[in-house]
Structures are given as structure tokens and as C-alpha cells.
Design a binder for this molecule. Sequence first.
Ligand code: SF4
Length: 379
Amino acid sequence: MTADPGGVAELKFRDPGRARELTMALARLAESRERAPVTLMHVCGTHEQAIARFGLRSSLPPGLRVIMGPGCPVCVTDFGEVDEGVALALQGVRIATYGDMVKLPGSSKSLADAQTEGARVEVVYSATQAVELARATEEPVVFFASGFETTAVTTAAILLAGPPANFSVLSAHKYVPPAMEAVAGLPDTRVDGFLAAGHAAVITGYGLFEDFARRHRTPVVVAGFEPLDILAGLVKLLEMIRDREYGVANGYPRCVTRAGNLRAQESLWKVFEAADGPWRGIGVIPDGNLQLRKEWAALDARRRFRIDVSGLQQTERSELSRRCLCGKIMVGLVEPTQCPLFGRECVPDSPVGACMVSSEGTCKIWYQYGGRPDLGGTP
Ligand code: SF4
């Protein structure tokens, strides 16, 4: 393990001079590669937002591709999971969920569609707010919970704190490490190194990736979200690839430790267990879903309610949604602007696919920042 690649802890995080040095280092390292291009994948919508917002892709040398993997929890929420939320809402159960989940299309309807049919769907900004909603009423409130392990910790915390009896959780939480395994194992996807999300590693610790890096002979660098964090992380990845160093480097030492937050991990695994489950556009990922343990059955909406999705399932998707390339984008096979619907039939106000819905979705981020050529990089 290498501590603090690029001296990130001592950087002023937006120092243009240091940014120039790092981009020059990237260019030197990319030039010295025997085989090009090199493809680095990050698995985090917050990284993609920072890359787009600070125009980092336009400063990358030719031959270096930085792509986003399945790092948007809303984007990977499966049709069936949305159908469950919609069915409950149409059955008259009050649903509390995060804002991005409302527009997310299910097999035939979104929660926003259900709202127009009279269903009560409340947008909350935290799990705690969903509990407050339940405390203010006697009717059942279901928290349709999405997000990766970092967000799942907050859901676990409210259950451990003892929510009211009318509260339950419909979990669409996902676990990122198995998704990285799935991407690394895909025959058509070549990823030379992974930039891991600093905020998730605050909880899980960077040690979680050591076995993965060794087995797949793919370096992993944990990075923060300032432009220099990301550039330093990319430099470190290219150095590790050059040196055939298949381990983990911690580029976010001001927040991340090898073991992570043990109390948060304890809470997470006390409430949730990993289970095989579908990720939208990707398929079933072994251990990719976080489901409530059976000890929490009384607070598990799937066990508490009879959820009838039969009226919602469509065997044939609309012609437009069949053309959505979201799944291929999330495993690094294509880029948003290669989708013929990008910015035409599919825009944030009327998204066709999940990647255009969430602020963490690649298509929405690219659309907001102008797509190519504004985002630059290697087409
Ligand atoms: S632009 Fe829309 S339709 Fe195309 S891949 Fe992205 S989300 Fe799917």
C-alpha cells in the first residue's frame, strides 16, 4: 500500500500550478505506455460530477480514457424494484423516497406517474426525515431506500434507533464491491485501473479492495473529490500500471483508513446482508443487493405487505427505452454521446433511461456540462 500518492494531503486542492504539474505527469506517463489507450474507471457519480465540472477530461492526454462505471445508485435500481414502489403507492401506501427516485421509470410507470393517479409519494432528503414523516401519522409509511453502502448505513442507523411501528423499509440499496467484480470479469470490458470512491471507502476502508486488486491484477486508488485529488489519483494509477503494482493506494488519507469506520460497518451488517440481485441494464450481480436481515422482518416492506406488481410488468418495453444504452455505458462499453437519443429524445426533463434521471447519472451529467466536445477527452 502506498500512502498519500501525489502528496495530496499537502496540496491546496484547487491550485492551478499543481494541476498543471499533475496533467503534465499524466501526459508523460501516457506517452511512455507501450500499448494504448489505457482505460481507467471510476465508480462514483460524485467523481463524474467533479470531472465534468472542472473540465478535467479535456486536460487528459490522448490515449487515456477515464470512464464512469456503475456508480449511480438510482441508475442501477432495477425495473422490478421501481415496480414494487409504484405498486405499493398505488395500493394506497404512503411512500417516502429520495427525489431522484420519483422520476425513475419502472416497467410501465414511475412514482411520478403514480402521483398523478393520486398516490402519495413524499420526497425526503434523509432517512431520518422519512421516520419523522411516520411519526407524524398513524398510517403506514414505507421508506423506499436507495443508495450504496454509504447511504445504507444511514438506513441501518434509523432502524437500530427504533422507528415507529407504522414505518418500514423497501430496500433498493446496492453494494459496490461486487459490481466492480462483475465489471472486471466482463469479457468485452477492459479496465486497466479503478479509481475508488473516497466517501464509500471512509466507511468500508481501503483494505476492502486489496484482494480484488490482487486477483484481477488491476490497481485501485481511493480518491477524494477535489480536482487535484482526482488528477493525483489518475497519476498514481498510471504509475502503478507502469510498475505492475497490483495493489491499493490510499489517495484520500485525510478521511480514509485501511479498516474504515468499524462502528458504521457493524451497524450496516447488523441490519443488512448481501444478496444476489438485479442491477438495471447490467443483470444479476452476486451479492450486489443489500437486503434486510430476517431479524428485521417486521420493518421490511417486502415481508409486511403483499406487493402486487402484476399489473405493472411489461414484457415489451417501448421502442425508445429499448434503444437506451445505459447498461453499456455503466460497464464502460460506450459513452453517453454515442447514444442516438442523447440530448434529443432523452433529456433530463423527459428521460428515457435511468442514466438521464439522477444528478449522479452519467448521461445527465454529460448533458448538463455540454456533452462532447465540451467534455473533451478521447472520443
Ligand atoms: S441518453 Fe438516455 S436513452 Fe441514451 S443511454 Fe443515456 S439514459 Fe439511455
